[in-house]
Design a binder for this molecule. Structure first.
Ligand code: DND
Ligand code: ATP
Ligand code: MG
Length: 256
């Protein structure tokens, strides 16, 4: 990958798409993780720091202090306007209004948190005539590893053409503060959740697999070259297929 070229292409993309929409700027959820850090950095390069609003949305009992610290470090480094909104009260109010949520599994409850954050981002986008800028990378999009209409509910996906390993590399090149780059990726939806544990494979490996799969390599070739187990390969391919619906607009029946 030519990172200089990719960076310029993404910056042009943000500028062009926001310009075409005639909006004032961008709203980005800043988690303290690297995808949002890179996205916000590129948005600032495209639009200027005065046209990017960062919103940190911790859940008081769950979000690690280090994430909130890193989110603030990033916002200060970029010089953007930055707000913090604790989602705990909103999530609790939802749970109190829906009796069956008591027994809902952690994934259902976790997805509710991602969708709560999406609602808050759109509240601000509506109010300020801005776009919600998504932070999904190519690895997550191919795997469908995001919450539909949660962190997947956005207006643009500027880093959607970069694999996770490329997100790290571009972030290093742009000088994003190191603590955001070295931490383990996490959706932060439940205690101890990490992407690589939930996916059952490292990002380095899954990116190798996805590249080969895109190039049309046969399953045996992928397994032999990457050294992953048959079970891991099945799981990766299963995610790609099972989550196909997330990459499409909702189907509409053709009427005659
Ligand atoms: N074939 C189909 N056609 C159309 N729609 C279909 C469908 N199959 C399911 N659906 C719908 O999709 C729903 C399931 O999708 P969804 O609600 O997204 O839920 P799901 O994919 O089950 O869970 C989201 C996954 O993304 C992970 N995540 C979330 C947020 C952030 C990050 C991160 O990396 O930071 C990761 C999370 O840990 C979890 O593994 C179903 O309840 C149903 O409504
Ligand atoms: N606590 C949070 N505050 C604000 N936004 C959040 C928070 N948690 C998640 N988000 C939003 O959801 C997006 C998806 O989360 P995801 O974990 O994939 O990305 P990340 O946290 O930026 O990077 P990493 O993969 O390194 O954890 C974030 O980029 C961010 O926009
Ligand atoms: Mg994260």
């Amino acid at each position: 990958m030519d990172f200089e070229k990719a960076q310029n292409r993404i910056i042009d993309f943000i500028r062009h798409e926001t310009g075409k929409a005639g909006i004032n700027g961008a709203v980005v959820g800043i988690s303290g993780g690297i995808d949002s850090a890179l996205t916000a950095t590129l948005a600032v390069k495209a639009l200027g720091k005065d046209r990017v609003l960062g919103i940190h949305m911790p859940e008081s009992s769950l979000t690690p202090a280090a994430d909130s610290e890193d989110a603030k470090i990033l916002a200060d480094w970029l010089g953007i306007e930055y707000r913090t909104i604790d989602i705990s009260g909103i999530v609790s109010a939802f749970m109190a209004a829906v009796p069956e949520s008591e027994s809902a599994d952690r994934l259902t409850r976790g997805n509710l948190k991602a969708r709560t954050r999406m609602s808050l981002l759109y509240f601000h986008a509506n109010q300020l005539n801005c776009m919600v800028i998504g932070t999904g990378n190519k690895t997550e999009i191919l795997l469908g590893y995001y919450t539909k209409y949660g962190d997947g509910g956005v207006d643009l996906e500027p880093i959607g053409g970069l694999y996770k390993t490329e997100v790290w590399e571009l972030s290093r090149r742009l000088g994003i503060p190191g603590s955001l780059i070295t931490k383990k990726p996490s959706a932060g939806l439940w205690v101890g959740q990490t992407d690589e544990a939930e996916l059952g494979i490292s990002y380095v490996k899954v990116d190798e697999v996805l590249r080969m799969h895109e190039d049309g390599a046969a399953p045996e070739t992928i397994q032999n070259k990457t050294g992953i187990s048959a079970e891991q390969l099945k799981s990766v391919i299963g995610r790609i297929e099972r989550n196909e619906h997330k990459r499409k607009a909702p189907p509409v029946p053709e009427l005659f």
